[in-house]
Each structure stands twice: as C-alpha cells, then as structure tokens.
Design a binder for this molecule. Sequence first.
Ligand SMILES: Nc1ncnc2c1ncn2[C@@H]1O[C@H](COP(=O)(O)OP(=O)(O)O)[C@@H](O)[C@H]1O
Ligand SMILES: [Mg+2]
Length: 467
Amino acid sequence: MSFISKIKELAKKSAKLNSSLRTKYVIILWITAVAILTAVTFAVTLNVRTYYRSYFARITAEVFTDTDIQAALSACLSAENPPELMYDVLIAYSGKLGVDGERRTFFILDENGAIVLSNAKDGNLVGKYDFQRRVIGPYTILLRDDRTLAGEMSESITSITVKSGLVVISVASVLIFGIAHAVTAPIEEMTRTAIKIAKGDYSDKVKVRSRDEIGRLGRAFNYMAKQLRRTIERLERSEEAQRVLIADVSHELKTPLTSVTAYTETMLTSEVPPEAQLEFLRITLSEARRMTRIIGRLLELSRFDSGKVSLDVSYIDINEVCEKAVSAIKIQLQKKEQRLTLSCGEIPKIKGDAERILQVVLNLLSNASKYTPQGGKILLTTNYRADIKHVQLSVRDNGEGISEVDLPHVFERFYRADKARTSENASTGLGLSVTKEIVTLHGGDISAVSKHGKGSLFTVSLPVGEK
Ligand SMILES: Nc1ncnc2c1ncn2[C@@H]1O[C@H](COP(=O)(O)OP(=O)(O)O)[C@@H](O)[C@H]1O
Ligand SMILES: [Mg+2]
C-alpha cells in the first residue's frame, strides 16, 4: 500500500471516529505538521553533514596551501627523522587544522602506507570517518574526522526543530480548534433552527455574526425561513378566507332559498287568493334574481382570484367613460329624483380596459344612488394629479354615509353596513369587492371617506401608463 493511500485510509478512519469538522481540521493539521517537520529535519540533517564535510575539506586545503606550513613540512624531509618533525609541525598547527586529538586526529604514513606516528589513541583507518590527505615527499599526512560534531549539530538542530514544531502545532491546534468552532457553531445553529422549522416553529433566527461565506449562508437561511413562513401563512390565510367565503356564500344563499321554498310551498299546499299568488311569484322571482346576481359576482370574483381575468387594454379617455356611465344610470336616478353633476377635468388618456372602468364608475354611482335618499345630490369628478401621474375619479353623495366602524370593511366580500335591509334593496355586498379588484388589476387604488349621515366620497386613482 502506498503512503498516500495509507493516509487516505487514516483520514477515512478518523472521519468515522468523529464526524465533527473540528476534529477533522485538527487531524489534518497534525498530519500536515508531522509531514513538514519530518521533511525539514531530514533536509537540515543532510545539509549539516554535507556542509560539515565540505568545511573540513576547505579548512584542510587552506591550511596546507599556507606557505608557512608547506615550507615547514617540506623542510622536515631533510632532517634525520622527518616524521617526528612533521608531528611537531602538525601539533603546532593543530589549532588551525581543528585537530583536537579526539574527534579530529592526524596520522603520518610512510611510503608503504604504514602508520609511523599519530596523535590518535587508536590506529583506526577503517570506519565511519572522513579523511583529508596530503603527500609530503614519501610521507602521507592523513587528517581523520570522526563526524561526531556533525552528528551532534544535526541532533541539536533536529531537537530544536521538533521542540519548536511541537509548540507551533500545539498553538496551531488551539487556534484551528477555535477557527473550526467559529465556522461550525453557526452551522450547528442552522441545523438546530432547520429542525425547529421542520417541526413548525418559526420563532428562531440564525444569528449572523460575519460577512463571510458563513455569514452569507446564515442570511440566506434566514431569508429562506422568512419566505417559507410567509408562504405558509399565506396558504393558511387563503385557506381561512376560503372557509369564511364558503360560510358566507352558504349564509347569503340560505335566506333567498328559504323564502323561495316557503312561498312556493305555501302556494302548493294552501289556498292562496290570486292577488297574493301574484305577489308571491314576484317575490320568488326577485329572490331568484338576487341569487343569480350573487352567483354571477362570485364567479367574477373567483376569476379575479385565480388571475383568469385579463384586461382588454387600450388608451382610454376616462371622461368619455364617465359620460357613458352617467347616461346609463340616468333612469335609476330619475326614479329617485336625484341630481347628478359631472365635472370633467383636463386629464390624459390612461392605459386600461374601458368596459371594466365603466363597471367601476357604474358600481360607485349605483351605490351613491342606492344609499342616498330621494332628491339627493351626486357629484362625479375627474382630475389629474401630475405629481403622482395618476388620473383620479371620485363619486360624492350627500346620502346616509358610512359609520366609522363599517368604513374599513366596505371593500370586503359580503360586507354590508346595513344588514337589516339585505333583501329589499338588492344588495349583495359584493359590488365594492369587484370594483376594488378591477382597480387593483389596473395598478390603481380605491379609497373611501365618509361620515355617518353626511354622505360619502369614493376616490379611484389610476396610473397613467407611458405611451
Ligand atoms: N355611497 C355609499 N353610501 C353609503 N354606504 C355605502 C355607499 N357605498 C357603499 N356603501 C356601503 O358599503 C356596503 C358594500 O357596498 P357594495 O359592496 O357595493 O355592496 P352592496 O351595494 O351590494 O350592498 C354597502 O352595503 C353599504 O353599506
Ligand atoms: Mg353596490
């Protein structure tokens, strides 16, 4: 098995041993540090030995080429016993040669290679030694170095390296543990929060402490949780709205159905005079029409809800639409002797669906007429708000008005301020809901101000699209 695959195996085992990132980081650090330390120690030892050997060679060469020692040694040859003189010369230069008689010694050999004189206690020429040689006449001078100094130097360097390495590893381990903790703590927090969210508890948020990748992840996590909560709340709301709507619809249809059933049953089971029969039939028809109206509006609203209503958009003149509405509602107003004044401002054309906007104006005018007594006054105005680039149309009446309690709810489905008059005035409580949907679809806004007994003012504001 190769070294790398062994390391891989070890990493796998350690990952299984402890699945925390912290431990993994520290193990990786240790492996890296041990590898670096080994390499450094090996390189230093090798370099120290090589350097020491070359240093030994250089010193020897320098000293021997020195003219004084050269001359002194050569002069020995003419003496009676050259080796003895040479011995003295070498002892005299022992400082320069680094000869200490222990680690570094010298030998003087004769022409046959036999040791004549030496300052070494042993006569070993074979073993773990470095040698430098110099030939003087028939004699050979051998300098022997036992390498122990190089060994000691390598050892002490190795020991320093290992010691400082261990200190560095310990400090780095603590640091990396801290860093790993800083990295993993938010992740652990996210895991806890995610589990809570999965259980339906959205109360917790991940604390974002940094602007780095982890910080961004935290922010993205919080954003996701927020969106999720919103979606779920929306779903819950729409579910609730649906429940309320079903209840409302059932309730709204129950009243007319009950009266239709009661009148027809009476006509079928008992003797009813012909005039009364006629009256019963009229009521039945009126109730049936009412139900048709409710269902028609509900269908329309459900199409708005499902986004199936598309506008037939063109550039339209709101003043023209208002004129159309006024002539369409004339008869209804005449019946109640109400006076309608149309005051057209100078307004730009807007992008919109003429039919739908007509429906809006008619709904508002019909409400104004319906909730204003005989002989009342209604004012339809158009104007342009250049500052917000909106065309505004408003319907003002001097009728019964809407109380403070009811005003915020008039745009809600089936909401009627005066619940008692439900069936007699053909009220469904859906007209303003539809109106609001149409205005919203145009990107506009509708609002109402009113005081009970003092009349109402409904204002529609529609944006002017760029041409
Ligand atoms: N011009 C108005 N003056 C007084 N009350 C109004 C006016 N317009 C609307 N309302 C109140 O708002 C309610 C909701 O209006 P709307 O949605 O058109 O339903 P509907 O007219 O069928 O009752 C009405 O029942 C009425 O109480
Ligand atoms: Mg209405």
